[in-house]
Design a protein around this ligand. Sequence first.
Ligand code: TTP
Ligand code: CA
Length: 364
Amino acid sequence: MSRIILHVDMDYFYAAIEEREDPSIKDKAVVVCMYSNRGEEGGAVSTCNYIAREAGIHSAMPCRLAKSIKPDAVYLPVRKEFYTEVSDRIMEVLRSYSDGDGELFEKISIDEAFIEITDGAGGDFDTAVRIAKQIKGDVKDMEGLTCSVGIGPNKIIAKMASSRQKPDGITLIRNEDVEDFLMEMPVSKLWGIGNVTEDKLAEMGIETVKDLAGHDVQELIGAFGKSRGAWLKMAASGIDDSPVKEKTASDQIGRMASLTHDTRKSDLVLSLLDELVDDVFRKVRSRSVSFRSVTVTVIYSNFKTVTKSHTLNHPVADKAMLREVSYQIMGELLDSSTLNLRRIGVRVGNLQESKGQKTLAEFF
Ligand code: TTP
Ligand code: CA
């Protein structure tokens, strides 16, 4: 069965959030600026909406230049903390779609993530497209924002596919389409190739992905070293076995699951919570770690997602403690809304090797 990976990239993320917050600016050019300590004139463009892009404005352009190109655009300062809160909620929803109950998920920036759905889609790319549409619908309903999704048999292809149709697009590249998709691209478009590699490849007469795929691997290894040289050859051939795995995944263990139907009845919710606690704790024990934070996630029937965490004074590896804290947080979440719940999740974090770990009794 082919792997199926989605890459989700939010459209003009910071500027889209600003448009959502103030719909009166929606039909104007919107430019979000990162002002430096040299004041408004010294900053660079963080991002801008598509109307501003049509005028030639882009990320990293000096704000002063943007203002000279389009004085009538709306210029706003970056509100990073606010965008991070929006991002956190979106990432929880994206994570909830991944195989392994949230484990095969990889956030790669504030507005991009990989989601492996090989099992979720039963290895079928048409089903994957349906799931991608559902994800886009969830994000739209929940946050009023659009995203673009790339679907492919590996991370490199999915990542490159998502930028093919932007904004609000879905691009599917099946195994049999990979060669055509890659071949005529300049090497600079291959994910993972920066300016330095591009220049070095150009010196070797390699300009397109096709040139690179056809190049002698030993020569690439000679120029770039063993692992990078071999990687270049593989990537250009559309082969990428790298797993979807969060860089910080080793610091978290979690599980999510759907309720059999949307409900807020505490006996139903808590019985599923018990199952999740059992599973999470089994993994905690098998990895011989202790944890300091417990996070409970709730996705309501309208897809609104809320997460709440509790940090313990010391790391523990105690199932009773995990259940107690999870129950407590879930109780608070149930009290804070009258909506029915659709999915719930439990996650432990701040993991440490368990050796030398204290027992619960030592804390009280
Ligand atoms: P991107 O995904 O690169 O851009 P984008 O989401 O604004 O637009 P697109 O529709 O093309 O995906 O970056 C995500 C956010 O990161 C972006 O909204 C603002 C921030 N960012 C910067 O602050 N500086 C930069 O140079 C870039 C490229 C992005
Ligand atoms: Ca983006």
